[in-house]
Design a protein around this ligand. Structure first.
Ligand SMILES: NC(=O)c1ccc[n+]([C@@H]2O[C@H](COP(=O)([O-])OP(=O)(O)OC[C@H]3O[C@@H](n4cnc5c(N)ncnc54)[C@H](O)[C@@H]3O)[C@@H](O)[C@H]2O)c1
Length: 282
């Protein structure tokens, strides 16, 4: 965990301090990765944060503005009881971020259990959480109510052997579109963020060294025209932007945070010759 830079000072976090003063955010999946970086950014920006995660360890440096609620988000009753606890502890809820994922991926070999787990954790859990928080979000101050779901490039791009995971990410994008209607009427904005490859504990299982993933032949350079994988704080910054009043008219949007991945076609990142081009172009 220590190799992950959750306290990056590279971004504009100095200038956003205080923008969530007095607000409360729930970050599901906030114990690790993108969710954890999002907790940190919300705290930096003045919010109090409730972390819902299977992992109940509160290792947020004894910050009194964070509470961790052990929650299995794939269980409706568990979501509801943890939301009630947040209301008892903090009195209100302004924002929901759903960063939970079951990464298990199967294709032709998927069992009923594989499909059910993927759908319950990745999709139904988001639905349970939206249902549980909506009565509280609609009581929060106007313009300070939002929902953000974590989708993925896997929602829109074909990837080998990722049926069960990719299909759930596509379903989340669809959920955002449908939810704009009911939530919009309550002036709650709902959006998603779809990251490409981000340097997280899950990605590090396949590529333990960042130098390897960002090498000339690694996914950093071959899949991203910006030449590297993303950092968790870069995704967190986009999530918190969508929660902020600066995004007050953004509703039903999927924000791609992908370092150019989403723009690539079959030609990839490499220069290619075509009729009309000259070698000197390259
Ligand atoms: N890492 C990437 O490159 C990447 C790329 C695209 C999309 N995403 C998406 O971003 C989100 C975060 O990914 P990450 O890599 O930071 O993940 P992560 O594994 O670091 O964090 C996920 C957290 O969710 C928690 N969790 C898992 N199942 C749960 C459940 N049933 N109830 C409550 N908590 C549960 C885990 O304990 C963990 O703390 C996911 O939705 C993922 O699909 C990640």
């Amino acid at each position: 965990m220590s190799s992950f830079d959750y306290d990056s000072k590279r971004l504009d976090q100095k200038v956003t301090k205080g923008r969530f003063d007095g607000e409360v955010a729930i970050v599901c999946g906030g114990a690790s990765g993108i969710g954890r970086a999002t907790v940190k950014r919300f705290l930096n920006d003045g919010a109090k944060v409730a972390v819902f995660d299977l992992n109940a360890e509160n290792d947020f440096d004894e910050d009194e503005n964070v509470e961790v609620y052990q929650t299995d988000c794939s269980k409706k009753e568990n979501c509801e009881s943890s939301v009630s606890s947040v209301i008892s502890d903090f009195g209100k809820i302004n924002h929901l971020v759903y960063s939970v994922a079951y990464f298990g991926s199967k294709a032709l070999d998927a069992t009923e259990e594989d499909w059910l787990k993927s759908l319950m954790v990745n999709v139904a859990g988001a639905g349970f959480m939206i249902s549980a928080v909506t009565p509280h979000l609609e009581k929060a101050e106007e313009k300070r109510r939002s929902v953000c779901l974590l989708t993925s490039i896997s929602a829109s791009q074909a990837q080998w052997h990722r049926w069960t995971y990719g299909a759930t990410k596509g379903a989340l994008m669809s959920l955002v579109r449908h939810a704009t209607l009911e939530l919009g009427q309550k002036e709650i904005r709902v959006n998603s963020v779809s990251p490409s490859w981000i340097w997280t504990p899950e990605v590090a299982k396949a590529y333990p060294e960042k130098s390897e993933i960002n090498s000339k032949t690694g996914p950093g350079q071959t899949y991203h025209s910006i030449g590297r994988v993303g950092e968790v704080d870069e995704v967190a910054a986009s999530i918190c932007f969508l929660a902020s009043r600066d995004a007050g008219f953004i509703h039903g949007h999927d924000l791609q945070v992908g370092g150019g991945y989403h723009a690539l076609g079959p030609e990839g990142c490499q220069p290619a010759k075509f009729a009309g081009s000259t070698d000197s172009l390259f």
